[in-house]
Design a protein around this ligand. Structure first.
Ligand code: CLF
Ligand code: SF4
Length: 498
């Protein structure tokens, strides 16, 4: 059957597991047991492949937090922001259940309900567990997921396992209390505020203990780490090794988001986040030991939709109250759609393997790697107009194949205000965000951006509309190689940006 389109409007940007928030690529899934594979293959955060097809949602039921991070001040009703800890509407468990069922009935590809804030879910145990308890009974086809700072984790493991929650994210930014004291000014522990190294030491011990307890129960643990240059950037490779040894399944290193206008300690103090290159370098240095997630969008605590889009405005409580939901028939429809997606994913994987086998005898290219930007609204194909893209997926093509690297957010220029301050047009800013890429693959593109992209040394390409991303990227790479464009040394550094 033809799969429904998740969202025909341009994907909205999103920022989920707050600093807490996870993925393995299709290739990384290969070695997994059937049991684990069945847990991750339709989870958009735990499987990179799945994130093209399946959506997640968060319900913001957890306002309180038991620690303070220097990159957070939990905020509400900020319509211009999309980042962890920020929500528009705080929900009661009853409202959260209604909202989840409304979204599941209307977006059948939504497979995962996460509680990720805006505070810490386990610091709000009644609200969090009431929501999970009701959902596991009333909507048993939805996977339940939680993201925590870990302080209250050991005492919550038993309760988590009762509600069939098999995905838990712990935000672990360090295993050294001296570093921890630079990130966490205080924790609230046994009715006291404990500051500095002493507080950080307790937090780290609780995180590590919780991780071991979850792993012992067979619950999949993802570790999120916020990369803070000059604070923990040199330390995170060690964190990756330690959490892997203790049973973590996946590691998600995310960039610090800190702007003065967010009013966080780091924002006000001018602490910078990492550059794209710094982040990718750290992810690469951890990946020898660990499955790394690279497709995280740092979602809000009330995000709804595919990673990279936020359809929360379609499901505000006033809209939900007027919806009539027959969840039994919605579940039947969801099952049919999930089976069709699984079949499509399976046949795409099989076609990929067959294609690779048919090229096995070709001589290996001796060419340098190239980054390409892709405009897509999901389903693993190139199906978005350049001017409608609010983010681009970045892939690297090399003689070893094609791999997903990251995403780049951009401001939508098509149909919007065409200036963004500093005298730079939004289109120019969009093109600047693609620095380092040598080609952009999209379904269509207008003359003006075509011209500006070429001037920036980025080749626009609309010839692979509706083709699978990886196949199209490799086809373009081979064309570039055949044209002798991949023999020059480091051309990215020589190119001007728009
Ligand atoms: Fe949410 Fe987190 Fe579950 Fe995913 S998000 S609680 S594991 S369902 Fe995913 Fe969002 Fe990144 Fe989190 S993209 S912020 S990793
Ligand atoms: Fe904010 Fe608490 Fe999460 Fe830290 S643990 S990011 S302070 S909500």
């Amino acid at each position: 059957m033809e799969l429904p389109v998740l969202n025909e409007t341009p994907a909205a940007s999103a920022g989920g597991c707050s600093s807490h928030s996870c993925g393995t690529s299709d290739d990384q899934l290969g070695h997994l047991s059937d049991e684990i594979r069945s847990k991750v293959e339709n989870h958009p955060c735990y499987s990179e492949d799945a994130h093209h097809y399946f959506a997640r949602m968060h319900v913001a039921v957890a306002p309180a937090c038991n620690i303070q991070c220097h990159y957070c001040n939990r905020k509400y009703d900020c319509s211009n922001e999309s980042r962890p800890g920020v929500v528009s509407e705080l929900l009661t468990p009853d409202q959260a259940v209604k909202k989840t069922m409304a979204v599941a009935a209307n977006i059948p590809q939504m497979t995962v309900l996460g509680i990720a804030g805006p505070g810490d879910p386990l610091a709000n145990p009644e609200r969090t567990f009431e929501t999970f308890r009701r959902l596991s009974a009333e909507a048993p086809d939805i996977k339940l997921c939680v993201s925590t700072n870990g302080l209250a984790l050991p005492e919550s493991v038993e309760e988590l396992s009762k509600h069939n929650i098999d995905h838990v994210t712990i935000t672990i930014n360090c295993v050294d209390p001296e570093i921890g004291a630079q990130i966490y000014p205080w924790i609230f522990w046994e009715n006291k505020r404990i500051k500095g190294v002493k507080g950080a030491k307790i937090l780290i011990e609780q995180q590590q203990k919780g991780l071991e307890m979850l792993a012992a129960k067979g619950i999949l643990v993802k570790v999120n780490s916020v990369m803070i240059p000059g604070v923990n950037d040199k330390h995170l490779a060690e964190v990756s090794k330690i959490v892997k040894a203790k049973g973590a399944f996946l590691h998600n290193v995310m960039p610090l988001i800190a702007e003065a206008e967010h009013g966080t300690f780091y924002g006000v103090m001018g602490q910078r986040g990492p550059t794209q290159d710094e982040l990718m370098e750290l992810q690469d240095s951890c990946s020898g030991d660990m499955n790394m997630m690279r497709h995280c969008r740092q979602c809000r605590a009330d995000a709804v939709g595919l990673l990279g889009e936020d359809r929360g405005d379609e499901f505000t409580m006033d809209k939900i109250e007027s919806m009539e939901i027959d969840y039994q028939s919605a579940m039947e429809k969801r099952k049919v759609i999930h089976e069709a997606i699984a079949e499509e994913m399976h046949s795409k994987r099989a076609a990929k393997v067959e294609k690779a086998a048919s090229h096995a005898d070709e001589p290996k290219l001796n060419t340098r790697p190239v980054l390409m930007a892709i405009a897509t609204s999901g389903q693993g194909v190139i199906n978005m107009h350049f001017g409608h893209a609010k983010e681009f997926l970045i892939y690297e093509a090399s003689p070893n194949g094609v791999r997903f690297m990251s995403h780049r957010k951009t401001d939508l220029y098509c149909g919007g205000d065409d200036t963004c301050g500093d005298g730079e047009s939004v289109l120019q800013q969009t093109i600047r965000s693609l620095a380092g890429c040598e080609a952009v693959l999209c379904s269509k593109i207008g003359y003006e951006p075509w011209d500006l992209l070429e001037k920036a040394g980025i080749v626009p390409n609309g010839e692979h509309a509706m083709e699978p991303i990886e196949e199209a990227v490799m086809a373009v790479y081979k064309e570039m190689a055949a044209a002798g464009k991949l023999d020059e040394a480091a051309p990215q550094e020589e190119r001007a940006t728009a």
